[in-house]
Design a protein around this ligand. Sequence first.
Ligand SMILES: C[S@@+](CC[C@H](N)C(=O)[O-])C[C@H]1O[C@@H](n2cnc3c(N)ncnc32)[C@H](O)[C@@H]1O
Length: 271
Amino acid sequence: MTDTDIYIQRLLEANPLREPLLRSVIQALQLPPGSRGLDVGCGIGLQELLLADAVGCDGHVTGVDVVPEFLAFGEKLAGQFCLSERISFRLGDMNRLPFDEDTFDWAWSADCIGYPAGELVPQLKELMRVVKPGGTVVILAWSSQQVLPGYPLLEARLNATCSAYLPFLKGKGPELHFLRALQWFREAGFEEFKAQTFVGDVQAPLSSDERTALTSLFEMLWVEPQPDLLSEAWMEYQRLCKPESADFILDQPGYYGFFTYSMFRSKVPRK
Ligand SMILES: C[S@@+](CC[C@H](N)C(=O)[O-])C[C@H]1O[C@@H](n2cnc3c(N)ncnc32)[C@H](O)[C@@H]1O
């Protein structure tokens, strides 16, 4: 399997956990029926399906991403759902979007812009350029999780010492963290700011898709142990988070976990 194939597989595996929550976010946005939107860093197009559903038959969603294989996957997916006329894909970089000014009524970006940390102002200004005055720009990202019930200290230790996010956060000041996005919207010149966090719950009995999604999540969240992780903590992780272990946490009949997505949205000022 290539790295691209593995990435596609991870996105597909995570979807049963993410989709219900992302549907709630989209519902809260109340996107205007018949509107035209942009999905930045659209990946394999999973959210295009939800966004196209939200804007209805007269609406349209364009996904942009830098990986051609993701876009090809998304095109196939849209075809399978008979949505090819309402969804299109374009190869492009979010820093220099391949669209004219005022092309879209809204823009959406999940787990891409500013995630988990980055220099957001130039990217938000680029979104402001392609979205019409009065249009909405929404960015959202995974912001927390509690998925090892009964082991809060272990989970905190894993997050602090072997989080897959660590390389992306290294050297980035607190002002660049995703949860500071409101300030970035302000600095980019947007108006009407709203931040909101959505929760996804998962509880036993788990469907096989949820089980696969959580197992994959454990592998994605916590990677190779760092020198400052106690070896007992890493052994405890193996005991609780590996399906082959007799103590695999997802086998607990009362398993419950949750995760959150934080959303920031704002409006392009009217000229
Ligand atoms: C974590 S994935 C999220 C995909 C999708 N938004 C989702 O939530 O399923 C991040 C995506 O951002 C894309 N990406 C990264 N840098 C980009 C850039 N400069 N311009 C456009 N897309 C980019 C990646 O190729 C990847 O598909």
